[in-house]
Ligand binder design. Structure first.
Ligand code: MOS
Length: 764
């Protein structure tokens, strides 16, 4: 019933399932390769240990790096004694600010097309300390163990300056930003405070979320090698081209002298960007005249890779007794540094979720002396939806309404703050499907009504949302060889989410060839320029470039086909791709295979490249994905322990391109959300700004036994404005989870916890 935005273009989705051995093997059904549950094509390489990650590239003369970190948050190094480290066995070089090559400072991510810095601080260029954990020395040695040992022998003394290491202190002097990721920092419609005061029913609460650290299973790592003034970097990266451009800038090289590749990444989530370690490894390699491998320790990741910052948010809702919003206020403050670019945009979800007569959204930052905080899966939305969706639950209770019914009453018919039409929005449908499958009607609206021995049982729900974006600047190349094999190339990333698999499905569908005849080349800056893997944008961005390249490809083939072909005289509008070739849309007899066209034209191959069209859809429409998260918890009355016993996510994210990888993405997001809800918290010592739980023993991510079976539903309604009909799915899974858990905990216990994570002590 829903229109297919892709079907009007050359390359109609082909009913190729029965002829395609790979699709048959994966139990594909229905029409065409898209949407089918195809397993990740690189999966076998990974489980066999054949996929080579950044820290696994062998080089002649390779040496190993280890870092020493500062132990104060702000000040100056007065003594840096490296003699013992230099004399330690196997040591090749100790690099400090005294002997490091001169390097330009990185530029802040998104400030230019080659800016990749999470921070704009100079790296090891002077004796200044800006955060507790800043690298003060790099040791190179013949083995990793020798490097680690020698780094432990570096002794430093400091002249400390007063540092802002407590959020309570920092927020006394809030700083207003003039924009938040390019958006106005304040949104105001009417007089929301006055409307709140006058409202019949009110909720007005403060919600808090803590710092989180990036803990991808693969530690941050790079192997780097210089040949003259050419720099080769094997990185674990989600922004290859930006990293190459930024490194060229830092070391004063021509852009084409830096090659970065990253074919496999063991998890990214926003953290696999350009941090000090890659820059230091390149500098030390140049100084030593040898290739260098750097792999951060887990503690090292906590020290030099920033994560999600903490937030303090006020949500105030004023409603009429029949459940319409008179006032919607979401304001607050986040910790940040003066040298990074991530203000944790927690007010963003509130800009488009609900209809309200008056609105006030504003956020400020509180500067602290700490490692640059950064983007971490659904920055803004993950913590913003915690506050907003808990408040909506609190309001529903005060109104005596079911929380889903309240959301039905405040569902907007256009974007409430921008006034733009929605490209596609089926939030209520997602709620209804989810509620039916989850058994929401079994929930008691009154808390503490269900128990099983010491365990109180409750259910909660919350809205998930994440914006659609498509980054400009990506390109793709399609190459067809005489044997009929198609290779699609673009410098993008597959961090395990299925980028390559899904694009193989896409190209197979678009060109009407079996999956086995398509290769997707990615992960290397020698390929046509790619976009970043961030902001859940990559799939749509790659899709736009691949569609453009396909059109050029088919046009070129029509030209090559010439007058002796059954296709003679046909233009792009007359044809479709099918059965490994081009055919007339309405005349099955007029067809020529790709190989035949190549052969007759006497060519070995055809290669076509095209840029993605600019993302005009984002200007005209409010484009977001939506979802409804449902949670059941069991809370022990004796220990305060919360166990999530059931979870269901029902998503509206446009067309689902691969049922298996999409389901995994949604589940992965939800699992990370369970950590956000219940266990994850980075603890600073407020006296020193030192992270005190810099290990997986003390920073608790959910493990197998913490995660119940998770049920995933999706509407699968193509977005008519998005290439391939698909919006992003990498981040929405984590959004709404914090609130769904907190609302379930309330329903179980009668206790509203507005301060994440919901640890045992808060429930006792
Ligand atoms: Mo995501 S925080 O854009 O990797």
């Amino acid at each position: 019933a829903h229109s297919d935005p892709a079907s009007a273009r050359p390359g109609r989705w082909q009913p190729a399932v029965t002829q395609d051995p790979i699709l048959r093997k994966h139990g594909a059904q229905g029409n065409g390769p898209l949407g089918q549950p195809v397993s990740r094509i690189e999966g076998p390489l990974k489980v066999q240990g054949k996929a080579r990650f950044a820290a696994e590239f062998p080089y002649e003369g390779l040496c190993y790096a280890a870092l020493a970190f500062s132990t104060i948050a702000r000040g100056r190094i007065t003594t840096l004694d490296t003699a013992a480290a230099e004399a330690a066995p196997g040591v090749v070089l100790v690099m400090t600010h005294r002997n490091a090559p001169r390097m330009k400072a990185p530029s802040l991510m998104m400030s230019s097309p080659t800016a990749a810095g999470a921070s704009e601080l100079p790296v090891m260029q002077d004796d200044q300390i800006h955060w507790n954990g800043q690298p003060i020395a790099v040791v190179l040695a013949e083995t990793q163990e020798q490097a680690d040992h020698a780094a432990s022998l570096v002794r430093a003394e400091y002249a400390a300056l007063p540092a802002v290491t407590s959020f309570d202190d920092a927020k006394k002097t809030p700083r207003q930003l003039d924009n938040i990721l390019g958006q106005p920092p304040v949104v105001e419609i009417g007089d929301a405070e006055a409307a709140l005061k006058a409202a019949e029913v009110r909720v007005d609460q403060i919600y808090r979320t803590p710092r989180h650290n990036h803990n991808a299973i693969e530690l941050h790592a790079a192997t780097v090698a210089w040949t003259g003034d050419e720099l080769r970097v094997h990185d674990a990266s989600q922004l290859l081209d930006l990293t190459a451009g930024q490194l060229a800038d830092i070391f004063g090289l021509e852009a084409d002298k830096v090659r970065v590749s990253s074919p496999y990444v063991g998890g990214g989530f926003g953290g696999k960007c350009l941090w000090d370690h890659q820059i230091l490894a390149c500098a030390a390699a140049r100084l030593a005249g040898r290739p260098v491998r750097i792999m951060l320790s887990r503690e090292g990741v906590f020290r030099i890779v920033g994560g999600r910052t903490l937030t303090e948010q006020r949500v105030a809702l004023g409603a009429s007794a029949d459940g319409r919003l008179d006032a919607l206020i979401h304001t607050g403050i986040v910790a940040m540094t003066t040298h990074n670019s991530c203000p944790e945009q927690f007010t963003f979800p509130t800009r488009h979720l609900y209809a309200a007569k008056t609105v006030r959204l504003a956020q400020a930052v509180a500067d602290m002396d700490m490692v640059a905080n950064t983007f971490m899966r659904a920055p803004g939305e993950s913590v913003g939806t915690f506050a907003l969706e808990c408040a909506i639950d609190e309001l529903a209770e005060k109104l005596g309404l079911d929380p889903i019914e309240l959301r039905r009453r405040i569902e907007p018919d256009k974007d409430p703050t921008s006034g733009k039409p929605f490209s596609s929005r089926h939030l209520i449908e997602a709620y209804e499907k989810g509620a039916a499958r989850f058994g929401w009607d079994r929930r008691s609206p009154t808390p503490r009504q269900r128990r099983d021995g010491e365990w109180l049982i409750g259910m909660g729900c919350a809205t998930a949302t994440y914006p659609y974006h498509r980054f400009p600047g990506g390109a793709a190349r399609i190459r067809l060889t005489a044997g009929g094999h198609v290779t699609v190339s673009t410098a993008v990333h597959d961090m395990g989410m299925g980028t390559a698999t899904v694009q193989i499905q896409h190209v197979a569908a678009r060109l009407g060839v079996p999956l086995g005849r398509v290769t997707f080349e990615y992960g290397d800056t020698t390929l046509p320029r790619g976009v970043i893997a961030g902001g859940s944008t990559q799939t749509a961005s790659v899709g736009g470039a691949v569609i453009a390249a396909t059109e050029v490809f088919v046009e070129e083939l029509l030209k090559l086909a010439g007058n002796d072909s059954p296709l003679a005289g046909l233009s792009l509008a007359d044809v479709e791709t099918r059965d490994g070739g081009i055919g007339h849309r309405d005349d099955p007899a007029r067809f020529e295979s790709y190989e035949s066209i190549l052969r007759r034209s006497g060519r070995d191959e055809l290669s076509c490249e095209a840029d993605a069209p600019p993302p005009a859809e984002m200007e005209a429409f409010s484009m977001h994905s939506y979802g409804a998260q449902f949670c059941e918890v069991r809370v022990s009355e004796i220990t305060g322990e919360t166990r999530v016993s059931r979870f269901l996510g029902s998503f509206d994210a446009g067309r689902i391109l691969n049922a298996k990888t999409a389901t995994s993405q949604f589940k992965g997001g939800i699992i990370m959300g369970l950590g956000l809800a219940l266990t994850e918290e980075t603890n600073f010592d407020p006296r020193t700004g030192r992270i005190v739980n810099a290990s997986l023993a003390e920073y608790h991510v959910p493990v197998q036994m913490d995660v119940p079976s998770i049920d995933i539903l999706y509407t699968d309604i193509p977005d008519p404005q998005a290439p391939m009909g698909a919006r992003g799915i990498g981040e929405i899974g984590i959004t709404g989870v914090g609130a769904a858990v907190a609302n379930a905990v309330y329903n179980a216990t009668g206790k509203r916890i507005r301060d994440l994570p919901i640890t045992l002590d808060k429930l006792m």
